[in-house]
Design a protein around this ligand. Structure first.
Ligand SMILES: *Cc1c(COP(=O)(O)O)cnc(C)c1O
Length: 357
């Protein structure tokens, strides 16, 4: 049966990517060797990482002011690596608390400097994005989570700030055009929208690197990774290869404008049904904060949860169960998800309402 993959992460990737990745795993470009058994310093792999970087630059329109790094340790390592590198002792960073990932980032930043939480939606279980905040000019940077994967909210505007923005874009990177000139640092674990788990994309304004006053271990120093082209140590070669293939796919589809258009169409289809279906309600308070990537929703009555999930399963829908901190359901509709999968979900919701309404 055809599966419709709504998993939140690791999550759906284009099927073309898997076909090419399978080939590279066994026999890379007819070399008789797997991509996994050749040197990361071979010309073959050098070409892969160079193309991955070029695609990141092209898709986001990056200037030479920015470095592009492929690191390991997940987005969670950036929670500490960012303040470790950018925030000296006695300096203050601003943070916006819009979910579990933001609050983890805040906790880690406190290990290295002062943190001002400028706004938080925690009291409402993160069901909205705090609106316009005052951003004091003495901050070193302002950190935000662009898309709150667990709670289903997303920034559709950027705070006005005279200081560089630092963003965790793990779950919406490459889903829409972004004016990168507003940012000092963008990081993203690949496994939501860009590739498999194991590699983390870091986009950093070069002038911000190498300014830490504290001694840094080499592996945790952005400057070291910039100087070594992400190859200070052996990089996660296969994860970088799959990310490169996914970036190629995004480009072939028409780039970020095309991704944005399709993601909007999927979200419009889904939320239209949610707003008209009598058996479900949205979790996010303000419709303008709804995520285009992760739609969180609840059954009107708790006893409807299991039968709905069973009906989804029967239709080939996978990964719809909500995160434990929200409950209910979460439909993750990343770049690689076709519109048809959302149409199938909408049909199941309609059928369910007819049968149980
Ligand atoms: C998944 C996720 C993370 C955690 O990423 P890891 O790569 O597992 O460390 C952090 N932030 C956001 C927004 C996420 O969606």
């Amino acid at each position: 049966m055809k599966k419709h993959n709504f998993n939140a992460g690791p999550s759906i990737l284009p099927s073309e990517v898997f076909a090419q990745a399978a080939e590279a795993m066994v026999n890379y470009q007819d070399s008789g060797l797997s991509l996994l058994e050749i040197s990361h310093r071979s010309k073959e792999f050098e070409a892969v990482i160079a193309e991955a970087e070029a695609l990141v630059r092209e898709l986001l329109g990056l200037t030479d002011d920015f470095a592009v790094l492929f690191l390991s340790g997940g987005a969670s390592s950036q929670f500490f690596m960012a303040p470790m590198n950018l925030l000296n002792e006695g300096e203050t960073a601003g943070y916006l608390d819009t979910g579990s990932w933001s609050s983890k980032a805040i906790k880690e930043a406190k290990l290295f400097g002062k943190v001002e939480v400028l706004a938080s939606s925690k009291a409402e279980n993160y069901a909205y994005i705090p609106s316009q905040v005052e951003v004091p000019g003495h901050l070193k940077y302002l950190h935000l989570t662009s898309n709150n994967t667990i709670f289903g909210t997303q920034y559709h505007w950027w705070p006005a700030a005279s200081v560089p923005l630092v963003a965790d874009m793990s779950s919406d990177i490459f889903s829409r055009p972004v004016d990168v000139s507003r940012f000092g640092l963008i990081y993203a674990g690949a496994q939501k929208n860009m590739g498999p788990a194991g590699v983390t994309l870091v986009i950093l304004r070069k002038d911000l690197a190498g300014k830490a006053q504290r001694p840094l271990p080499a592996m945790l120093d952005y400057q070291v990774h910039i100087e070594n082209g992400s190859m200070y140590n052996t990089p996660p070669v296969y994860a970088i290869y799959l990310s490169m293939l996914t970036l190629r796919w995004i480009k072939e589809q028409g780039g970020l404008k095309a991704m944005d258009k399709r993601n909007r169409e999927k979200a419009r289809l889904f939320y239209h049904e949610l707003d008209h279906n009598p058996l479900f309600k949205g979790n996010v308070i303000a419709p303008e904060d709804r995520s285009l990537m992760n739609a969180t929703f609840l059954p009107l009555r708790p006893e409807l949860e299991k039968p709905f999930l069973d009906q989804c399963k029967a239709a080939g829908i996978e990964g719809l169960k909500g995160h434990r901190s929200v409950g209910g359901f979460r439909a993750s509709m990343y770049n690689a998800m076709p519109v048809e999968s959302v149409q199938v979900l909408v049909e199941v919701m309609k059928d369910f309402a007819r049968a149980n309404g």
